[in-house]
Unconditional design. Sequence first.
Length: 1180
Amino acid sequence: MTLNRSCVERLILISTQRSGFIMMLFREYTFGVRRRGLRILTRLNAKQLPEKREPDALANGTNAVFVERLYSQWSQNPKSVEESWDAYFSGKRNTSSVTVDNKKSFKAAGSSTALAAPKPSAPPAREVASAAAAAPASAPADFRYIDDHLVVQAIIRAYQSRGHLAADLDPLGIVGPTGGSSVDGARRNATQAVLRQHYSYVFNDLNTSFKLPSSTKIGGTEQFLTLKEILDRLERIYCGHMGLEYMQILSFNKCDWIREQFELPNAVNFSADEKKLILERLTRSTGFENFLAKKFTSEKRFGLEGCDIMIPVMKEIIDRSTNEGVESFFIGMAHRGRLNVLANVCRKPIPELLAQFHGLKARESGSGDVKYHLGVFSERLNRKTNRNVRITVVANPSHLEHVNPVMLGKARAEMYLRGDYQGNKVLPILIHGDASFCGQGIVFESIHLSDLPAYTTFGTIHIVVNNQVGFTTDPRFSRSSRYCTDVARVVNAPILHVNADDPEACIHCARVAAAWRAKYKKDVVIDIVGYRRNGHNEADEPMFTQPLMYQRIRKVKPVMVQYAEKLIREGIITDADYKEMQTKYEKICNDGFEESKKMKSFSYSAWIDSPWSGYFEGRDRLKMCPTGVSVKTLEHIGNVYSSPPPSEHKFEVHKGILRILGLRKKMVEAKIADWSLGEAFAIGSLLKDGVHVRVSGQDVERGTFSHRHHVLHHQTQDKTWYNSLQHLYPDQAPYHICNSSLSENAVLAFDHGYSMASPNSVVIWEAQFGDFVNTAQAVIDTFIASGETKWVRQSGMVMFLPHSMEGMGPEHSSGRIERFLQLSDDDQDVFPDTNDSDFVARQIMNVNWIVTNLTTPANLFHALRRQVAMGFRKPLINFSPKSVLRHPLARSPFKDFNECSEFNRIIIDEKCERNPDCVKKLVFCSGKVYYDLFKEREDHEQAESVALVRVEQLSPFPYDLILKQFQVYKNAEILWAQEEHKNQGGWSYVQPRFETALIKCENETRCISYHGRQPNSSPSTGNKVQHYNEYKALITSIFGELTEDNKKRMERIVKEQQQKAKSETAASMASTKTTKGKEAAPAAAPAGKDAAPAGKDAAAAPKAAAAPAKKEAKKAARKPVQSKRKPNMKPKKQRAPTPAPKSKSEDNIQGGIMTKRAAGPMPPPEPKKEADDSDPKSKK
Ligand SMILES: Cc1ncc(C[n+]2csc(CCOP(=O)(O)OP(=O)(O)O)c2C)c(N)n1
Ligand SMILES: [Mg+2]
């Protein structure tokens, strides 16, 4: 034992003198194979090593692994190793005097050249072979032998990790390997760029056999190959028409798997029939573009020519994946080759496709979109596998790559709907352009969703149509990374670069990609390197900007022709077969063309990407279902929502949360709801009705303002959560709330995509603060605002955008109401037919979205439930509150949620309406400012003379109700009050609409005046004093200055309140003494410390803004004192657990109610077929 240790220590000593890489090898040796290693070393040490020797080169860390392997081989069969090694291991020789007749093993080509010293610029110490190449010229031949082996290993590794740098990927031959004389003198692509210093290493004999390390599969079943064979095979695999980037993958298993797919002899193998099929598909791909070019010479079609192989690649992926059980494919792509995909992958009927070129009228209203943006859904038989497949190409805007997360969200929802918890049945495919893939940030943001439990689509296959140009810009000016695909490295995706003019290599990559996704459920990229035969579109002249490239392109035969010639040469087809293939497809196109000419109009609905078949059939679209629910339901939801997990589960809840739950419980008992409870009522009752609810966004589980707390965290047990709303009813729909990655753009788009998959779900995306939503502006503009108009694709998605001026500074104040309102497409100058009995529903149906700025929990409840109560779907943009979340006035009694209640588009001033003639001012407002105005009106003692009317639904504008208000307050001055700056908030939207409504009134001479902040380029000041001054100016402009009487009255009230609070505190202390052991019940008032808006942002809330609500909040906040003093008190009584729902998230339920997180529609990816040996998350 002592001996062993000293050996190891000695080796460590030697190894530490070597490079880091040697250390690494040695560490592997000492720790990974320690036991075996020690055995060898014991032997070496005991038998061979003289007492006082210089560090033994043989037994040093560099060679130890090799020696160890050799020894293990020798110990099984001494004849299986070189004679010299046999002698060495059997103790016949001493390591320092090895003088084997190396001529037996090497045909020396001159020992001085053989041991060519490294170049003066000695390779970095980290290189294995630096040790080898640096071996002294006089080194014994055994060392040469070892060095040769080491260099061979290093070369294999170099090909694997760097071979792609010298791969022959460019069909134009502009960018590519220059090639050079390889280590064996043969010409090969791999030069220094790949092999580094090993490139200069000179071997004695090319025919020497080398034992292949386990890190390569090039030998197949062979363990030994000659050097020449090794080099030839590596060159073919890694520096041919495929450039394989996979060594960045941290998992050994996955790297091994990739090697098996490419390195094994005959890995790339096609039968004659398979080759014929590739050609047939190529004929269609190229034939379709040729046909369009002939028939519609001046039309833009963004042809695929130059990357024609993409169609066979997609078809191969579909074939292979269908075989693996995939039933539904979701495709997201931009313009390039889209029509071809529709025709040849989706098999969209050619007449319908060509009709788009004839400029026909659409049968439905809507502005439509250009033909290469429309979505498609097709269901057809896959002839290769004889299985039915559904293919969806998601409609997309011009904004490159923005469709990616939308498609992913849709695919995710489809998985949920199918109960496909592992992504076995649904496969997302994304097609990218080279310039956009690396240029658009949304690519990174979406790729980063790939492994998040609530967002994963279990692997996406990415295909890059890499035509080496973006519009007119060369890659060297459009990206800093070597490859346009580098963005995918962040998720450890294998990246398969492939020459577009080698169809078999491309199809092989497609096969590997499909198999990878099926096996590992992770992203994979195929980068098809081709060219663009025409300009950016067919009308563009590419010679203006890429003259030399296009000179080359003119000389390159289309891949279809090249491949046909190859197959003819190989005797697989004849010339006649090839011609017949072409003629056959041309006829299909021609027949389709003739058919298309007969069409007189076309329907947008034929271009819906995933129809909600039958969902609205037999239903009056204008009939809204009631949104109120029974008090019993409210009580049930309220009780579950306010209860901690059942005690038998010993779920340790944070004490602050227990206090919040206590407050909730009190509210339920008092039959009153705050914002959080109102939201829970909406969600809970939707779930009860079988409507799936998903809430997604940054920190939504707790809620940015700490008001929600849907997911409770076990305080002493990791990864144990509890979400009471998942346990309301046994047969409820699944509820998923998920914190998202810190991205607005991709996550909003993802959830928008999710919302489009089914009308029977409510998908809520919440911004952290509304201000940040503008990072997703493109998604809002191109999908949410205009998606239905362009693509007749409905969505009922909900956006929560926290908004209000509370002195938090320019970027924590505004969700930019004005922008959403500006995008609303109701006509400001047209007073609608308000006598229509279906006016409310029709008005919503005709607008692109609903914009609300709600002030009561009940209205939030109805607004959310209305999303599925309507006979159609519309996005809802709601500006949600911040301080109002806990405002004592922002509460709704249960009666406002019951069966007799409904959504209020405006909230009238009931008191003033009783005596309208006293009202001098009719103030319309929206959102939180109402509570400021309410308070100030009290302080100014103008409760009877100023009516406050809240416009809860800004768009579509509630003309009918506004008109009524004008008529109620005939003599009042009409004001619009807003806290936002004049060029922001609702003013520019409401003003013309108020005018339109006023015009409608007979003999009306009044107009509406603006009261609010002056125009500003910034949403808000960052200075609290200025903020308060602006606030005061707004208040004064409506109510005037406070009079002396007002001030006296206010002082009196404050005193009274203080007195009352004092006596309450005293009383509660007394009662605490007497109710020892019992729970000190918190009042149904805003919580104290725990309920305060969380974080710095909330802490920064200015006194000024908080002023109106503050006194009330303070007053109420004193009550929780009781619970503060009794932090350890247990709740009086714990509710009996509700039985766990038999929902699709059932897998997450442990022991009934305790739950591992139901992360999303599905449980987090289960151990896939193979555990990820590199991912620390998978080990947790
Ligand atoms: C977000 C966005 N920016 C700019 C454009 C304008 N544009 C359309 S195509 C294109 C070039 C795209 O190049 P690439 O991604 O390589 O695709 P290719 O057209 O070469 O197939 C550009 C810049 C756009 N459509 N979207
Ligand atoms: Mg391009």
